[in-house]
Design a protein around this ligand. Structure first.
Ligand SMILES: CCCCCCCCCCC/C=C/C(=O)SCCNC(=O)CCNC(=O)[C@H](O)C(C)(C)COP(=O)(O)OP(=O)(O)OC[C@H]1O[C@@H](n2cnc3c(N)ncnc32)[C@H](O)[C@@H]1OP(=O)(O)O
Length: 299
């Protein structure tokens, strides 16, 4: 559904969208997506400025934008709609939740569930990564809060990352801190951004970086005052848009295709691997302890 907000700006909400089969279209699979008209349940908000072609996608899944199956599906559907929309030239990813870009994968989707659930969840994680890492249009992450693990992965898929200059916000692939392991395609995305040695240390220690430290290792490209994150993202997008589109798109694909193809060649095996790993008693125990730690932190 679309409603006109102000001149040239469309508010697009995917509402309680439903996926009829598989996941979003990419590479060899395709999906038919439909939307119902219940915007109140929407976990994302998309504003497309038709005069500039820039869409701003805001994550709004309370409390902390944790990436559960429904949320991932909704993001994927909206990205697909924008990719097909000729009036859209680039997408800025940001958060509507205070202080958090995304808390990463929803741990509750990986804890105490059955193998079928784990498989469906992991498939949706693969879908969002394949969609974003292989996205033909320009993406910029406007990181206005903390961004651990899967949240960092979403940011890493963007063509450019701008982070708010607030030392309370951290970003990184902290999986080992939870007793779990970032899979090879998380690792490859990190490695392609920060280089081998930094990725190796970062992954083993599960390091989380402040904005200034993230800038030092090129995990983010720019750190700006919090109130300037979105305007800087828009300015940066304009610079990207000045480059001939087909040349930029081919260059992006050239850099990323080998990594995308690697997952595409073994999706089912990767799902099986995840289900077997996450179902282990020792891993479930680690996740349970981590969840308790998150709860205790409050009291
Ligand atoms: C051989 C190789 C095989 C490989 C196979 C694959 C293996 C598995 C790979 C899995 C990859 C996983 C990726 C992930 O993304 S895991 C998730 C990592 N995320 C985190 O560690 C973030 C944890 N959260 C926090 O640090 C903080 O909550 C945060 C900084 C995000 C916000 O802090 P704040 O103080 O503002 O808020 P609270 O901590 O009070 O949190 C509010 C409530 O939200 C709950 N919460 C937080 N994060 C999550 C989450 N990721 N999932 C689910 N729930 C989350 C938190 O518990 C609070 O809940 P309650 O209000 O109910 O207490």
């Amino acid at each position: 559904m679309a409603a006109v907000l102000r001149r040239g700006v469309k508010l697009i909400s995917s509402g309680s969208s439903q996926l009829l089969s598989g996941g979003c279209k990419h590479g060899r699979t395709s999906t038919l997506c439909i939307s119902s008209s219940r915007p109140s349940s929407s976990k994302i908000n998309v504003e497309l400025d038709s005069s500039t072609g820039i869409a701003v996608m805001r994550f709004q899944n309370p409390l902390v934008n944790s990436l559960n199956l429904d949320f991932l599906t909704e993001i994927c559907i909206s990205l697909e709609k924008l990719e097909l929309d000729k009036s859209c030239r680039g997408v800025i990813l940001t958060s509507a939740q205070p202080k958090i870009f995304s808390a990463g994968l929803d741990i509750l989707e990986m804890y105490g569930k059955n193998p079928e659930h784990y498989a469906a969840f992991w498939k949706s994680v693969q879908e969002i990564w394949l969609k974003l890492y292989g996205y033909s249009k320009i993406t910029i992450a406007a990181i206005n809060g903390s961004s651990p693990a899967g949240g960092c992965l979403i940011a890493l898929t963007a063509d450019y990352r701008i982070m708010a200059d607030n030392p309370r916000y951290t970003i990184g692939l902290n999986e080992t801190q939870l007793g779990i392991v970032a899979p090879f395609w998380f690792k490859d995305t990190m490695l392609n951004t920060v280089g081998h040695r930094t990725a190796e240390l970062s992954l083993q220690f599960g390091l989380m970086y402040t904005p200034s430290d993230a800038l030092k290792i090129n995990l983010v490209d720019l750190v700006v005052p919090e109130e300037q994150v979105l305007s800087t993202a828009t300015e940066t997008m304009t610079k990207f848009l000045a480059i001939p589109g087909h040349a930029r798109e081919i260059s992006k694909s050239m850099m990323r295709k080998p990594v995308v193809d690697r997952l595409l060649s073994c999706r089912d095996a990767d799902i099986k691997n995840f289900v077997s790993f996450i179902s282990k008693d020792s891993i479930q125990k680690s996740l349970g302890q981590y969840l308790s730690m998150l709860k205790q932190k409050k009291s």
